[in-house]
Each structure stands twice: as structure tokens, then as C-alpha cells.
Design a protein around this ligand. Structure first.
Ligand code: NAD
Ligand code: MG
Length: 395
């Protein structure tokens, strides 16, 4: 069997490291073509020593210089930098598979480049689908790419749908899709105390170890909101047929509810190496390094409806999906600014939702005809979010 040549965009992040962990278990199946680490140069240098990619990409010239010094004559890795280089390693002719694991809107151009060039595209970067879903899917179709979801919920749904399910298919006996959510670290915190929570508290997720942006999104449940929009695009399901259930144990990763009353779910330990290995091997199953789920040890599984009072971001995401067009692009951009401000100590945790809502209400919903339109809306939403931050400073 020919080995799959793989590019990992965002290899130094949480998903990137888990991907390399799985890849390294199967040297007969995979070879690493390229890695990217933006500003985490020391980690990337270590990965280059271990995995010997042909190319490594960082943010800019000074990071490139640092990386060259760190890897030295040790490896034959070519060091490139900048967004263009990310697109290059995502679309290179030698590459079969691309893991898109850059966080936020910064991951859109390279994910799209992989889609357009017909790669097997393992998509962790949910923001790309949220901000430009229709254009993204069009690129997948015209490029002939195979899109495999890495987000644990969407991977679970993919596994629970009939074999051969085609993206965009509306009817195959599915009544609804049920996304599970842990509820994050503040599921039971008295709402009043949410004004004072710190970035470290917000990032201390009870079940998953993840990057800081997605950890904050999990704490506000914006993450689940983004995932509702992601599910809409991936599976062609409308908002009314996507339900969210809080399931604090994170054992059931999501479910598909069929018209005959059957509910098919995927279960497992909360370890991203499972969905990563599923997508890397699909349709084969690969050893992932994840432990075995023992339900007798897990004990009770519990479920509850999400409280939209506590988690207004979830409501905003449903609103954006209903509004269509550019609304989700605005939601995503404003959220990225709000989360960065919270992580920097410039915005209270309980103001993230109101900042996003303020930007959403101030921007008209337009149709996203092309990528420049997406970039324009994204940029404008970011400036409006920054204006909101300034207006609120000191309040
Ligand atoms: P992370 O913060 O741990 O890693 C992000 C990666 O992106 C790093 O390699 C970083 O160097 C790179 N990066 C950051 N800014 C960049 C920029 N401007 N340009 C280029 N590269 C940049 O994040 P993560 O937790 O691994 O999440 C990555 C993506 O996967 C996110 O979209 C997240 O929503 C999604 N995801 C993560 C998990 C998880 O368990 N961590 C689960 C589901 C989905
Ligand atoms: Mg998820």
C-alpha cells in the first residue's frame, strides 16, 4: 500500500500534536510531508527532529530564522513562512491528506486550498465552515476533495449516519441530529459569579484538554453554537433539526435520531485521537492510543437541556444560522475578538455574548458571493468588535 503523504496545518496545537501521535503509530501508512507551527518555534523544531517533514511553515521571517537555527543541519526540512506558504503545503501535488487544525479564521485560506486541490481533508478548523460554509462546500465539490470531520461531535454523527451518506443529503430517514455538550467548567457556577471568572478558570475544561480559544468557547458554549452551524453545512440539516443536549460526562459524542425511533450514537473516552484516527484511517480502523471505554467504571451518564440564560452564545449561533448569509461570519469574527480580549484580561467573561450580539445587530446580513466578500465582512465585524471593546473599556 502506498503511504499517505500528510500535511498538518497547526501541528503544534492540541489537535496537531494528537494527530502526530496517531501518525507516528503507523509509519507503514503515513509519511509527514509538512508541518506548520506559526509562532511556536521550539515545539515545531522538536517535531521536525522527530518527524522529518519535507517542509515546515512558521509565521514570518524571524520565526523562520529561529527555526532554521534550531533544526540546524539536523534535518533536510525546508523552512517557509507566511499565509501563502500555508496554502502551498495544503495544496502541494505530493500531498494526499491535509489535517486542517489551525485555530480560527486564520485557517480558512489553507483549508480552502486543500479543498480546491481535491485532498482528503480532515477538518478540525470549524471556524472555516462557520464563516464561509457555502463557498467551502463548493470548493470541496469542484475540487473533488473528501471532507472528513474531526470535531468529535461531527465525527460521531458521521459514524452514526448510513454508510455512503452524501454530504448535503437531507433525507435518509434522519429525524434530527443531537449534539452533546459537556456544559464546560461553568455549567453549575452561579450566574452572578461568571462576571469574575479568570481565563485560567475558563480554560480548565472538565473533560478535554484543548487550545485556549476553543476552551473559552466551550465555557460560553459558543463552541456548541459554532458546531450547530458546522453540522448544518456538513450534513445539510436545517437548524430546527439540530438539537443540543448537555451531557457532562462526555462519553456519548453525539447521536443521530431516525424516523423509526432508532437512535445511533458513537461513544468513547474524551480523547481526540479517536476521531483523528477514524478520519486518518477511514474506512479502515486504526489503533489510536486511546484507552478503552469501560462503562461500568464510568458509572452514570446524565443529560439535561442547555439553559440559554446561562449560555446566550448558543442562542446567538442559532440566530445567525437562521439569518443565513453573512450572519455566521459576523458571529465568528466578533467572537474571536471577544475571546482574545477576555484571554488578555480586557473583557469580562459574561460580556463576551453581549459584545458579539452588539456587533451582530449593527451589521446587515448580506449574501456571501465570494471570498473577498467573506474577508470584507470578517474585517468589518472585527473592527466593530474592537470599537465595542473601546466603548466598554473601564465600564
Ligand atoms: P491550539 O491553540 O492548541 O493550536 C492552534 C494551532 O494553530 C497551533 O499550531 C498554532 O501555532 C496555529 N496558529 C495559531 N494562530 C495561527 C495563525 N494566525 N496562522 C497560522 N497558524 C496559527 O488549538 P486546538 O485546540 O488544536 O484547535 C485547533 C482547531 O481545531 C480549532 O479550530 C478548534 O476549534 C478545532 N478543534 C479542537 C479540538 C480540541 O480538542 N483541541 C476539538 C475539536 C475541534
Ligand atoms: Mg467538538
Amino acid at each position: 500500500m502506498k503511504r499517505q503523504s500528510i500535511t498538518i496545518l497547526g501541528s503544534t496545537g492540541s489537535i496537531g500534536c494528537s494527530t502526530l501521535d496517531v501518525v507516528a503509530r503507523h509509519p507503514d501508512r503515513f509519511e509527514v510531508f509538512a508541518l506548520s507551527g506559526h509562532s511556536r518555534v521550539a515545539e515545531l523544531a522538536e517535531q521536525c527532529r522527530q518527524h522529518r517533514p519535507r517542509v515546515a511553515v512558521v509565521a514570518g521571517p524571524s520565526e523562520a530564522q529561529q527555526l532554521r537555527t534550531l533544526v540546524g543541519a539536523d534535518t533536510a526540512t525546508e523552512v517557509l513562512y507566511g499565509p501563502q506558504a500555508l496554502e502551498q503545503i495544503a495544496s502541494a501535488a505530493e500531498v494526499d491528506t491535509v489535517m486542517a487544525a489551525i485555530v480560527g479564521a486564520a485557517g480558512l485560506p489553507s483549508s480552502l486550498a486543500a479543498a480546491r486541490t481535491g485532498k482528503r481533508l480532515l477538518l478540525a478548523n470549524k471556524e472555516a465552515l462557520v464563516m464561509a460554509g457555502e463557498l467551502f462546500l463548493e470548493a470541496v465539490r469542484t475540487g473533488g476533495a473528501t471532507l472528513l470531520p474531526i470535531d468529535s461531535e461531527h465525527n460521531a454523527i458521521f459514524q452514526s449516519l448510513p454508510v455512503g451518506f452524501d454530504y448535503g443529503l437531507r433525507e435518509c430517514g434522519v429525524r434530527r441530529i443531537v449534539l452533546t455538550a459537556s456544559g464546560g467548567p461553568f455549567r453549575d457556577t452561579p450566574i452572578k459569579q461568571l462576571a469574575d471568572v479568570s481565563p485560567d478558570q475558563a480554560c480548565a475544561h472538565p473533560n478535554w484538554v484543548m487550545g485556549r480559544k476553543i476552551s473559552v468557547d466551550s465555557a460560553t458554549m459558543m463552541n456548541k453554537g459554532l458546531e450547530v452551524i458546522e453540522a448544518h453545512w456538513l450534513f445539510g440539516v436545517e437548524a430546527e433539526r439540530i438539537a443540543v443536549v448537555i451531557h457532562p460526562e462526555s462519553v456519548i459524542h453525539s447521536m443521530v435520531d431516525y424516523i423509526d425511533g432508532s437512535v445511533i450514537a458513537q461513544l468513547g473516552l474524551p480523547d481526540m485521537r479517536t476521531p483523528i484516527a477514524h478520519a486518518l484511517g477511514f474506512p479502515d480502523r486504526l489503533v489510536s492510543g486511546t484507552g478503552m471505554l469501560d462503562l461500568c467504571r464510568t458509572g452514570k451518564l446524565s443529560f439535561q437541556d442547555p439553559d440559554l440564560q446561562r449560555f446566550p452564545c448558543l442562542r446567538l449561533a442559532y440566530d445567525a444560522l437562521q439569518a443565513g448569509g453573512s450572519a455566521a461570519t459576523v458571529l465568528n469574527a466578533a467572537n474571536e475578538i471577544a475571546v482574545a480580549a477576555f484571554l488578555d484580561g480586557r473583557l469580562r467573561f459574561d460580556r463576551i455574548a453581549s459584545l458579539v450580539e452588539a456587533v451582530m445587530t449593527r451589521m446587515p446580513v448580506v449574501h456571501l458571493d465570494d471570498l473577498p466578500t467573506v474577508a470584507g465582512v470578517d474585517g468589518e465585524a472585527r473592527s466593530r468588535a474592537r470599537e465595542q471593546l473601546e466603548a466598554r473599556a473601564g465600564h
